[in-house]
Design a protein around this ligand. Structure first.
Ligand code: C5P
Length: 403
């Protein structure tokens, strides 16, 4: 593939992107705009890519055979990272006054842009117009993300997506359609614990790490699905290529899940706290001589059951998790019926298994067909392998259903 590096401070991340793409076995050929060379050198990019970096439209070494046309066609994907406001404006207008824009105008290959700019430039009406035009022209986008900018004290939307995210998106585009069997399917996934406030500094939580739900999100995204991952507080990086929504409490999680509907498939891997404090304090509760304050608890909404019972926009496939410490299959099967889901992933979380927070999981997949249930017991696997197996099962099931 061809990587066009535009002239922005995020260009330094594109050097890391070259390595990330190579890690995935992707051959990278680099092109740099003149402005990009103010930030990183063609020599570095060329050394990382193992091939000279192209910079000039009128380059005696490459232009004798209409080099820009060859560079535009002799590739299976073009990634522009960072895509600056100026580069996008030129492309939207069809300019071709340097090598990068000439390649973009001459190509008939898919183009993925990773914009990076100051938040005010991203929010500007002209940029919005250009991005909308490019999207209409079939250009794909990744990011920008929100976060801190290079300029001191500036934050907002405009940060380039992380190299890992861009590499995953590029890899997905390079794979043949049969390797992305969930293309066009929207999947909603919950993960992690919820934090239920007691007061502004204390909360009730549980030991979920979020690893299993995040692994499922990554695996579904790799299979081409449009994934929305709604997670409680976890210590994990956002999986590449998913729409990430961070929440704190069960009620926040339910609100975001409902806002993200409709979806084709919903997977509820979150360990939602069953109860919350009835009257969370606005101020930190003080230790007093009168003793320990009573904490009245009330029940949280059951997100899985709420979605599984929706009438008009119930996802076609609703999958729950049942973490049990005893009578695993019996309890999980009862839960499947009680919550109204189609499948339940039952796992033994008794302390001896080390599942909580660990990297491995032993699960049984219980599926329902009308009144009949079927149990599939899987061997001990890593959480990534469980995720891949679940996604494979989804693919084979969805494949058998009429669209
Ligand atoms: O009842 P229990 O918590 O064991 O059920 C587990 C399943 O239900 C999981 O899929 C979990 O994500 C979901 N759940 C939920 N909302 C709750 C409690 C559980 O979505 N309040």
């Amino acid at each position: 593939m061809t990587l066009i590096i535009g002239g922005g401070i995020a260009a330094y991340k594109s050097l890391d992107l070259i390595r990330r793409l190579k890690d995935r076995g992707i051959h990278v050929r680099c092109v740099m705009t003149r402005a990009a060379q103010q930030f990183v050198t063609p020599l570095t990019a060329g050394a990382l890519a193992d091939e000279r970096c192209y910079t000039d439209l009128f380059d005696a070494q490459s232009e004798f055979d209409a080099g820009h046309i060859r560079l535009a066609r002799d590739t299976d994907l073009i990634v522009v990272a960072p895509a600056t406001a100026d580069l996008m404006a030129k492309m939207a207008q069809g300019h071709a006054d340097d090598l990068a824009t000439a390649i973009l105008l001459a190509t008939n290959r898919p183009v993925l842009m990773a914009p990076a700019m100051n938040p005010l430039m991203w929010a500007n009406a002209a940029t919005k117009r250009n991005v909308a035009q490019l999207a209409r022209d079939g250009i794909r986008f990744i990011g920008p993300n929100s976060g801190e900018m290079a300029e001191a004290n500036e934050a907002g939307i405009g940060r380039m997506s992380e190299p890992l995210e861009i590499a995953a998106a590029a890899d997905a585009l390079l794979r043949p359609p049969q390797a992305r069997p969930l293309t066009g399917k929207k999947i909603l996934i919950t993960a992690g614990p919820t934090h239920e406030p007691i007061d502004p500094v204390r909360y009730i939580a549980n030991r979920s790490s979020g690893k299993q739900g995040f692994a499922i999100a990554a695996s579904a995204a790799e299979a081409g699905a449009d994934v929305t991952l709604i997670s409680g507080p976890v210590d994990l990086d956002d999986p590449p290529g998913v729409q990430m929504i961070h929440v704190e409490s069960a009620r926040d999680m339910l609100a975001q899940v409902e806002a993200a509907l409709p979806a084709d498939i919903a997977i509820f891997a979150a360990a939602v706290a069953d109860w919350r404090v009835a009257h969370a304090g606005d101020q930190k509760i003080k230790k007093t001589a009168t003793g320990i304050p009573p904490l009245a608890l009330i029940e949280n909404p059951d997100i899985l059951a709420t979605v599984a019972k929706r009438r008009h926009d119930r996802p076609k496939l609703v999958i729950g998790f049942a973490a049990e410490t005893e009578n695993l299959i019996v309890n999980a099967t009862l839960k499947l019926a009680r919550k109204g889901c189609d499948w339940i992933v039952a796992n033994d979380v008794s302390p001896a298994t080390g599942v909580m927070g660990g990297d491995r999981n032993t699960v049984h997949l219980i599926t329902r067909m009308g009144k009949q249930t079927h149990v599939d017991s899987w061997p001990v696997m890593t959480k990534e392998e469980v995720a891949d197996a679940l996604v494979a099962k989804i693919v084979s099931t969805i494949g058998q259903q009429p669209a």
